[in-house]
Design a protein around this ligand. Structure first.
Ligand SMILES: NC(=O)c1ccc[n+]([C@@H]2O[C@H](COP(=O)([O-])OP(=O)(O)OC[C@H]3O[C@@H](n4cnc5c(N)ncnc54)[C@H](O)[C@@H]3O)[C@@H](O)[C@H]2O)c1
Ligand SMILES: Nc1ncnc2c1ncn2[C@@H]1O[C@H](COP(=O)(O)OP(=O)(O)OP(=O)(O)O)[C@@H](O)[C@H]1O
Length: 283
């Protein structure tokens, strides 16, 4: 088995954890790859340092060292290669990571023996209609939100071109089942089993008594149309990154992507274990 290790360079503990993971994998007979620019900062005996474009086609599994943001970042960066991702958690939450640091010995050995499951997660594809035709993919969510604190924005939600709701508030989150436990949950949305197929639309602080979150079938096309905006400070982002400015009248079209992300898991109930152990404990 070949494993490409990707540590989050912004995390203090990442280098030591990546070196430890590399040694454990090498001891199990795996081939270990890292990006060539880490050759000096994250040096480990036996690791092959190659350009990213050479690591990704050769690897069987991508091992991220970080938290949820690191997995989301890596999933987006490596989408075209369709390689399974295993997260080693050194984040504040690490909800999507299925290996804690103290489990590395046991779980990395199981990985090399092929004793793991692949959990296929749907992605959303978004494009901004109009001349610029900006596009992106999201494992968690597509969020349209305002830039300034003191102003609400108007927006309308269409499902397959039929108007379903008009909101005034701070914005709207369109989430996958994976993202249903992230921002959407914080905004009052439902938790979806990651194996269900659906698209969650959750308003952020809607100024109305009746604006519930809604779950649509994954085949639906969801359009978010931005209404009155005083200063054009409305932004679209995918998985908390890639902010794109929207103006009044802009429409973001969101559909099921034709790509998926596979997460490595060791139990079919990992999502529910994470809800119990990582979300409840944050109270
Ligand atoms: N109020 C909020 O909860 C809030 C606000 C903005 C963004 N977000 C989320 O942050 C995500 C980006 O994550 P990040 O780590 O780069 O930024 P971040 O560190 O700001 O993440 C916010 C929190 O969301 C958690 N998280 C991320 N994905 C999750 C998932 N699928 N299930 C459960 N928890 C999850 C992270 O662990 C973190 O605690 C966005 O996709 C969005 O869903 C949450
Ligand atoms: N490979 C990378 N290179 C540069 N920046 C990255 C990389 N991976 C992630 N990041 C950025 O680092 C930020 C923090 O990482 P991450 O979210 O993994 O840590 P955390 O916030 O402690 O964990 P969690 O999200 O689990 O609470 C992310 O939001 C992301 O923008």
């Amino acid at each position: 088995m070949t494993v490409y290790i990707s540590p989050n360079p912004g995390k203090e503990q990442a280098v030591a954890t990546a070196q430890q993971a590399a040694q454990l994998l090498l001891m199990q007979g795996a081939t270990v790859l890292m990006r060539d620019d880490l050759n000096e900062t994250c040096c480990a005996d036996g690791v092959q340092y190659l350009p990213l474009e050479e690591c990704l086609p050769r690897t069987d599994v991508i091992l991220t060292i970080g938290g949820d943001g690191t997995i989301l970042h890596e999933a987006n960066l490596t989408l075209q290669y369709q390689k399974p991702i295993l997260g080693i958690n050194i984040g504040r939450c690490g909800f999507l990571a299925t290996c804690e640091v103290d489990e590395m010995e046991e779980k990395l050995a199981a990985l090399v023996r092929g004793e793991y499951l692949l959990d296929s997660r749907m992605l959303l594809y978004v494009r901004v209609l109009g001349e610029e035709n900006w596009e992106g993919h999201a494992l968690n969510d597509v969020v349209v939100t305002k830039g300034r604190l003191q102003q609400a924005i108007d927006f309308s939600i269409y499902c397959d071109d039929i108007l379903v709701e008009h909101y005034r508030g701070d914005g709207v989150i369109v989430a996958t089942p994976t993202g249903s436990t992230a921002y959407s949950l914080a905004a009052g949305g439902p938790i979806l089993d990651s194996q269900t197929k659906g698209i969650v639309v959750t308003p952020i602080c809607p100024h109305s008594l009746t604006s519930p979150a809604m779950v649509f079938a994954q085949e639906r096309k969801i359009n978010i149309c931005v209404g009155q905006v005083v200063d054009n400070e409305v932004f679209l982002s995918c998985d908390g990154a890639a902010e794109y400015p929207l103006s009044a009248g802009s429409t973001a079209e969101i559909r099921l992507s034709d790509q998926i992300v596979q997460l490595v898991t060791f139990s079919r109930a990992d999502q529910f274990q994470a809800i119990d152990q990582k979300l409840r404990s944050r109270r």
